[in-house]
Design a protein around this ligand. Sequence first.
Ligand SMILES: Nc1ncnc2[nH]cnc12
Ligand SMILES: [Zn+2]
Length: 329
Amino acid sequence: MDAFLKNLPKAELHLHIEGSLEPELMFRLAGRNDVALPYDSVEQVRAAYDFSDLPSFLNLYYQGMAVLLTREDFHDLAMDYFCRAASEGVVHVDLSFDPQAHLKRGVSLDVQMEGLLGAMKEAESELDLSTALILSFLRDEPVASAAEVLERAQPWLSQISAVGLDSAEAGYPPGPFADVFRAARELGIPGVAHAGEEGPPDYIRSALDDLKVIRVDHGVRCLEDPDLVRRLQEERIPLTVCPLSNVRLKVVEQMADHPLPRLLEEGLTLTINSDDPAYFGGGVLDNYRACQAAFGWGEDIFRQLARNALEAAFMTEDRRQTLLARLEG
Ligand SMILES: Nc1ncnc2[nH]cnc12
Ligand SMILES: [Zn+2]
């Protein structure tokens, strides 16, 4: 079964590239850029990753990215993750990044985009890994700041596959971002949004109605609202579920309590993803393995989850058909 999971052509649709910053690379970049870290060792960093909820994680996540300053840093961050992902049988990544978190630290969008796009190009040619970029807005920052980022992103619109919405969820509903998501759609850029991770089912409904998102990140709290579940099922809205993240952020107590089996029974379009692999104990393959250990699923279920991800990913139709054929072969 483990070889089957590893060889399955897996697409990762929910990955914050800043959340793939492993402690070893954090130290290397801190040394290169002369940035002081509040830790003495890699072990100390890992020991600090003991979260009580989403906000307690976000504190360390935003602190960790202080080592990212140059094009080379963004490039190395992404390549480090792409190499790991490719070695685990990941064939495609829709990666998100948080431009506002870097702009606030004085790192230009130019630096961020050139570093990430350079690594994406390299991954496509050297690792047989296709990639797409999601520009994510921070929902706990003013809407005007999101609108300004979209404006600044004009030179790269053709290389941005979607806009997203992330960061602290509780108390930050999607509705206020409706105009920014509409502006993105008018530029030909669809939306995705985190909703129903820590926030209530109404945030999922608002993401669909107000932001017109085509995928929901997490979405696990939809189960509290049967009408919403029916709608997600009927409209075949993909949910990018991140089981190990949900355990680490105490959305659920343990894997055995995860609602994935119930979501599956409801006939929802589910995908399995890692969210922030450096912080939550592993990449996509580890998330597939954790599901296998907790739920005892057979090959057919994993093949369906991998198929859902390939069908919902931002990739060319040629690439999709190639990967779907590999999956069924
Ligand atoms: N799991 C998560 N939820 C919301 N915002 C995030 N940013 C990085 N990881 C996140
Ligand atoms: Zn996320």
